[in-house]
Design a protein around this ligand. Structure first.
Ligand code: BGC
Length: 800
């Protein structure tokens, strides 16, 4: 054969082989996952298990694969062209879609709605409303060409000092699970996915990537895992994110007990597990993660692909484990908008979503104090609801506090969102027809511009989490003198002071400067109250914080206190709706507000255990950070109200607390056990003068049995529709008997002991309006796996 003919024949035959291979290679469909799995090479399987790009640090800072698909998204799953497997895009979360708002060489903008933070959403106690927020977030996720939103954040508020509490829901697992399930069902109804995070026991930021959370099996099951269990059973999240920390000696990401025995065997979870964003972990081989049931390493590194391939070749990793995880990933991929070629627009309906943000924030904001000055009478026609001050006509206010003019819509870190705007207090009040002092506006605006410039100039380059891409910053208060404050009294009908706190990923809060008020903040409250009260003019404090702060030392000064949390980009409008009575507050606290941060039983071991305490100087930080290798959960099941209520300790505001402009009456309840379900019915009546909504909370006291129990635990709740004065609604709630159970470690089982239970129905845990007993004549038990045994003896807090 002549050389030329040989080359041509070879080329033709190579082309035919490749075409044949390509023709033979099955293209992924929902109904041919087995065929695709069979056709995959080991390299392709390994590649799929190791996630793609990470554009986490903003546009341009690409660390691999497919970052440019959606600038600013957190990661992707790898594309395998040969088999028709598309890349899918994972974006933070949870308070909205976190992508870069602008792109290089592109005039279009990609702003996303900043929805209320998790704590504010949970404080609505309104699962239907949270479901609608979920739908809006799901819609923005897919319209921005993403497949999964990395949320909801579901870790328990073990202690008020956790820097990420704002992303999370509550100190109570039932409330956490129900709110999360509503969010997840909402997102997933849009054909986009979620990643419920951080699984599990990740209730602190200090040393989060290395700390060993040592917790009893009981507290793990009843508290830290219960919310996830409810969410898995009631909403089937597409993905779950394994946390950075260790649980009882093993990293969550490689924790077979957690990811397989509990999540899949006990709860029947069918979706995928991905890692939190870390890549290769020192001390945790990737093959152990695969074996544990971790399906996706994010953001992946090429060395991990090789490790999986070598593991299989050397026999250290069973190909069956790889195939099982790959199958789960393929099952996930076929559900995604990317796979289904969703015609995304990059233009979600931000206006419609702003409206639902405004409404949901109104329901999540909690009225902590009101001596009758609220709602403000803006028309001169309003009848005060009660209290010792007549509700005055308010046309002009003196607006104090840096955050009145630089309102914090959300927290910092991966949980921040880049919204098109944030409505601050000034604008919100203006929109409601209330004027603000021009002098103060001028002072504060100039100050904020100065503080911002100074902060950026002095920011250590290593403090990447303090750039604007990572969220709004909180600047110190000005320190206005009593003279300056006094000058405002004459022209204003009332004063409003906003006290702001910022917190976020990577760092927990400290007591002295973040939980407590600073001297200049206390001075501002006292000076403003003194000056305005002398002229019989009211003072309202707005708390603009994602987490609990100290209130007991100053709450007697102002006439009203509204905890606005970080309520999203419509914050100022939502607050104005409440101040003016356009909306009646109905938010309730989802965590206890202690008198002092040290009152929580968990503070002793937060953010680590005292016998394991060193100080580390963090890069770019001006204060040393405490470092810990482990955290002993010695408070055990006595987290939040389970501690305060059981041990009779005083609090600033109890769990479930929140005032309204109206009052509610509760009827006698009807409580009935039928089969494995307790049904509780109660009629709630609006006994006041204005329309409003009430949250009825059902707590249960278990009979004294073999297992020690908290005094009361939340077992159900329901929110009324808006009731007109005199109107009633009958709320019917159900409690599955399995949810009454305590975890019996010795028998690895749930037990609802036989005996008489007391149902307490109230407006908060300390304001019980009705009680009724029911009898469980036979104990209910449910076997589980024996998982997560602590490796050290824990000195657990006991009731008796
Ligand atoms: C956070 C996650 C987040 C991920 C991706 C991690 O540092 O802990 O909550 O989803 O980054 O941005």
């Amino acid at each position: 054969m002549k050389y030329k003919t040989f080359v041509t024949t070879l080329a033709i035959s190579m082309l035919m082989t490749t075409t044949a291979q390509a023709q033979q290679a099955p293209q992924l469909r929902a109904d041919n996952i087995d065929d695709v799995l069979k056709a995959m090479t080991l390299e392709e399987k390994a590649k799929l298990l190791v996630g793609g790009a990470n554009n986490f640090f903003g546009a341009g800072a690409v660390v691999g694969g497919e970052a440019d698909l959606v600038a600013g998204a957190a990661g992707t799953t790898p594309r395998i062209e040969r088999l028709g497997i598309p890349a899918t895009v994972l974006t933070d979360g949870p308070a909205g879609v976190r992508i870069d708002p602008t792109r290089k060489n592109d005039t279009q903008t990609y702003y996303a709605t900043a929805f209320p933070i998790g704590t504010c959403l949970a404080s609505t106690w309104n699962t239907e409303l949270v479901g609608r927020i979920g739908e809006a977030i799901g819609n923005e996720t897919k319209e921005y060409r993403c497949d999964v939103i990395l949320g909801p954040g579901m870790n328990l508020h073990r202690n008020p000092l956790c820097g990420r509490n704002f992303e999370y829901y509550s100190e109570d697992p039932l409330l956490t699970g129900k709110i999360a399930a509503a969010y997840i069902n909402g997102v997933q109804s849009q054909g986009a996915g979620v990643s419920a995070k951080h699984f599990a026991v990740n209730s602190q930021e200090t040393d989060r990537t290395s700390v060993d959370e040592r917790v009893s099996q009981r507290a793990a099951r009843e508290l830290y895992l219960r919310g996830f269990e409810i969410a898995v059973r009631e909403s089937n999240p597409w993905t779950i994110m394994a946390s950075y920390n260790k649980v009882n000696g093993e990293f969550s990401m490689g924790n077979h007990d957690l990811l397989t025995k509990i999540l899949r065997d006990d709860w029947g979870y069918k979706g995928i597990v991905m890692t939190d964003w870390i890549g290769i972990r020192s001390g945790l081989p990737t093959i152990r993660e695969v074996q544990a049931g971790n399906d996706l390493m994010e953001p992946g590194q090429p060395a991990q692909v090789n490790e999986i391939i070598d593991g299989v070749k050397s026999g250290k990793l069973d190909i069956k484990d790889v195939d099982r995880n790959v199958r789960r990933l393929l099952e996930y991929i076929v559900k995604t908008p990317s796979f289904n070629k969703y015609p995304y627009t990059n233009k979600p309906d931000l206006k419609a979503h702003a409206a639902i943000t405004r409404q949901s924030a109104c329901e999540g904001i909690v009225l902590l104090k009101n001596n009758g000055v609220l709602p403000f009478n803006t028309e001169g026609s309003h009848t005060p609801v009660g209290g010792d001050l007549q509700s005055p006509t308010i046309k002009t206010v003196a607006l104090f506090g840096e955050n009145s003019y630089d309102f914090l819509s959300g927290g910092t870190g991966s949980g921040c969102v880049h919204p098109p705007y944030v409505v601050d207090m000034l604008e919100g009040l203006k929109n409601a027809g209330i004027k603000s002092s021009e002098t103060l506006t001028d002072i504060y605006r100039k100050y904020i511009a100065y503080a911002r410039a100074k902060f950026q100039a002095e920011r250590h380059p290593a403090k990447w989490f303090q750039t604007e891409m990572m969220g709004q910053q909180k600047y110190p208060e000005i320190g206005l003198s009593p003279i300056a404050v006094g000058k405002e009294v004459a022209d204003a009908d009332a004063a409003i002071i906003t006290i702001g706190r910022q917190a976020g990923e990577g760092i927990d809060r400290d007591i002295a400067t973040e939980f407590n008020l600073l001297d200049e903040e206390c001075a501002l409250i006292i000076d403003v109250c003194n000056a305005f009260h002398q002229a019989d003019k009211p003072v309202v404090v707005i708390i603009n914080s994602g987490s609990v702060i100290e209130t007991a030392s100053w709450s007697s000064y102002p006439d009203a206190i509204l905890c606005a949390w970080q309520p999203g980009m419509e914050g100022g409008n939502s607050i104005a709706d409440l101040l003016t009575g356009k909306v009646n507050p109905s938010g309730k606290l989802t965590m206890t507000w202690p008198v002092a941060a040290t009152d929580h039983a968990s503070t002793k071991n937060f953010p680590g255990s005292i016998d394991d305490y060193t100080f580390k100087q963090m890069v770019g930080s001006n204060r040393p950070i405490p470092g810990h290798t482990y955290t002993n959960h010695e408070e055990d099941i006595y987290v939040g109200y389970r501690f305060f209520d059981t041990f009779g300790r005083p609090v600033a505001y109890p769990f479930g607390y929140g005032l309204s402009y109206t009052t509610f009456g509760y009827s006698k309840p009807a409580v009935k056990l039928s089969g494995d379900v307790v049904t509780v019915s109660i009629t709630v009546k609006n006994t006041g003068n204005v329309a409003g909504k009430e949250v009825a909370q059902v707590y249960v006291t278990a009979p004294d049995g073999q297992i020690e129990k908290p005094a009361k635990e939340l077992k159900a709740f329901a929110k009324t529709r808006e009731l007109q004065p005199g109107e009633s609604e009958t709320l019917t709630m159900t409690i599955p008997v399995r949810l009454l159970a305590s975890f019996d470690e010795a028998g690895s089982q749930w037990i609802s002991e036989a005996g008489t239970y007391t149902v307490h129905i109230g407006s908060n845990i300390a304001d019980i309006r009705a009680t009724a007993p029911f009898k469980l004549s036979k104990a209910y038990t449910e076997k589980t796996s024996d998982a997560l045994r602590p490796q050290q003896k824990l000195n657990l807090l006991k009731r008796k």
